[in-house]
Design a protein around this ligand. Structure first.
Ligand SMILES: [Zn+2]
Length: 165
């Protein structure tokens, strides 16, 4: 089983049907953090590290991109995807200029939209495959895509919590 060396997350693929609940939980935690007006969301603690607000924007956009990838996998045979452009979006979408409370609501909605698509997968659909380019190019099942998305949410929650500690 793949394991993230930094946060300890394990890619437990049989647990994929629980991904909707795990993503909903993680998004709710992100939402609560971004709504906390007593905390500085905008400052980068390190010049090369995203601020909590920028991480929130990234997770929102990542959830929207993953939703489109899962939908593509249902209608096409083994689709491959362009990178989401995580670094370019910081500027192109003006992450640092957005309102944390707005991003909190958008992140929650993005999670709902993604979770809705996951909950409509049949057991066979979970085995549909995509060509995924991160962390290396490989064929991945939608189970892996869902679990990887749980990891993204949880890993970035850790990134943000470290900054708030
Ligand atoms: Zn991790």
């Amino acid at each position: 089983m793949d394991r993230c060396g930094e946060c300890g997350f394990e890619y437990d693929l049989p647990n994929a049907p629980n991904a909707p609940a795990l993503i909903t939980k993680g998004a709710a935690e992100f939402d609560a953090i971004l709504q906390d007006s007593g905390t500085d969301m905008r400052s980068r603690r390190e010049p090369t590290q995203w601020s909590p607000l920028e991480y929130g924007c990234h997770v929102r956009d990542m959830l929207l991109v993953q939703r489109e990838r899962v939908l593509a996998a249902r209608r096409r045979h083994r689709p491959s995807f362009d990178p989401m452009g995580r670094d370019e979006r910081v500027d192109h979408d003006g992450y640092a200029e957005q309102q944390p409370v707005d991003v909190a609501g958008q992140l929650t909605m993005a999670a709902q939209l993604f979770v809705n698509v996951l909950t409509r997968l049949s057991p066979e659909d979970w085995d549909r495959r995509v060509v995924y380019n991160y962390p290396r190019q490989a064929q991945r099942s939608l189970r892996w895509v869902a679990i990887h998305t749980v990891h993204e949410v949880n890993h970035h929650l850790l990134d943000v919590r470290r900054q708030l500690a």
